[in-house]
Design a protein around this ligand. Structure first.
Ligand code: PLP
Length: 354
């Protein structure tokens, strides 16, 4: 990325500086295509996963859209008119509901189901979704932003038409991502201007960001299994707080994600206490204002609001080790002991009981 920034240049310029920038973008395109099991020409660079999701859903050209109830805001808000399909108590899509919705109308439809949930890590049955969708002639979009680097995200292996990726979820820079568009799948550009990205996304490319995305894609091949570490962590948390079973634990999940409640203790309190101990975790669905909103994902899973408000998301990274886990457990336990002795817990427990 530093080299790309130093080199400068606009990939659309024909002079030497432009050609160097073009070569950087082309290399990254091949690298991201390899991660996505796609042709380089099927990669459309975007400003991130949000834009990729918006582009897929507006660009597929289908007015009727079916989404799962646990999609990221960038899917749910991109298509407020979408029909929302329920999930079960573990957060897994109700395939029978999808089948019924597909059969309910002959109108052309696009189905959008994520690969892995950003709050619980729960994996969706994409192969089944594709099988049902194909029978009904539907297009399929998959938000693979959270799955990339942890489970395979091959466009053709998954069998989908559109796949969203985000660089910062695989250790790359923020503000860059891609929509992978299967050759032959329709796509109308959302941003109009120059003819960049083969007329699919106008605007001079973020050359440094794209080169960082490419480098991260090379390093992001799935394979690291953090499940042993994660399972040990979850076991310790349940030993401290018996009600702290991870949401979605009964489903297939990413090996690095736990969404765990500390009943009676607001998620924000947990986040702040662990931050003071040097541990970075998140509360519910992080949103841009830094404020926390109640998680629609947990709500869709039927988790009572009081429990959802006390749930935190713990994500292990490629560099997390047992020392980090021990620090987290100690901080969590300290907080629980302190809070139980304080007013917050009792006030909150009373509110929950009410
Ligand atoms: N989709 C999922 C599942 C995500 O978790 C995120 C980000 O958290 C996004 C989409 C949005 O990606 P970006 O932050 O690159 O816009």
């Amino acid at each position: 990325m530093a080299e790309a920034l130093r080199a400068g240049g606009n990939p659309s310029s024909v002079h030497a500086s432009g050609r160097r920038a073009r070569a950087i973008v082309d290399k990254a395109r091949r690298e991201v295509a390899t991660l996505a099991g796609a042709e380089p020409s099927e990669i459309v660079f975007t400003s991130g996963g949000t834009e990729a999701n918006n582009l897929a859903l507006s660009g597929a050209g289908r007015r009727r859209v079916l989404i799962s109830a646990v999609e990221h805001d960038s899917v749910r808000r991109a298509v407020p008119q979408a029909e929302v399909l329920p999930v079960d108590g573990e957060g897994v899509l109700d395939l029978a509901a999808l089948e019924r919705a597909l059969a309910a109308s002959a109108e052309p439809v696009v189905v959008s189901v994520m690969l892995a949930n950003n709050e619980t890590g729960v994996l969706q049955p994409i192969a089944e979704v594709v099988r049902l969708a194909r029978r009904a002639g539907a297009l399929v979009h998959c938000d693979a932003v959270q799955g990339a680097g942890k489970v395979p995200v091959g466009l053709r292996d998954l069998g989908v038409d559109y796949l969203s990726l985000s660089a910062h979820k695989i250790g790359g820079p923020t503000g860059v991502g891609a929509l992978v568009v299967r050759k032959g799948a329709p796509l109308t550009a959302a941003l109009c201007g120059g003819g960049q990205e083969s007329n699919r996304r106008a605007g001079t490319e973020n050359v440094a960001g794209i080169s960082g995305f490419g480098a991260a894609a090379v390093l992001a091949a799935p394979g690291q299994d953090l499940a042993a570490l994660r399972d040990g962590l979850e076991l310790s948390l349940v030993q401290i707080v018996p009600a702290a079973r991870a949401f979605g634990a009964g489903a297939r999940r990413l090996s690095n994600t736990s969404c765990v409640p500390m009943p009676g203790v607001p998620a924000e309190t947990q986040v702040l206490a662990l931050d003071l101990a040097g541990v970075c975790i998140s509360a519910g669905a992080a949103c841009s204002s830094g404020k926390v909103q109640r998680s629609p994902v947990l709500e869709a899973m039927g988790v009572p609001a009081a429990d959802a408000d006390c749930a935190v998301r713990i994500s292990l990274g490629w560099n997390s080790g047992s020392a980090d886990i021990e620090r987290l457990i100690a901080a969590w336990q300290n907080l629980y002991i302190r809070v139980r002795q304080s007013d917050i817990f009792h006030t909150d427990s009373r509110a929950r009981a009410a």
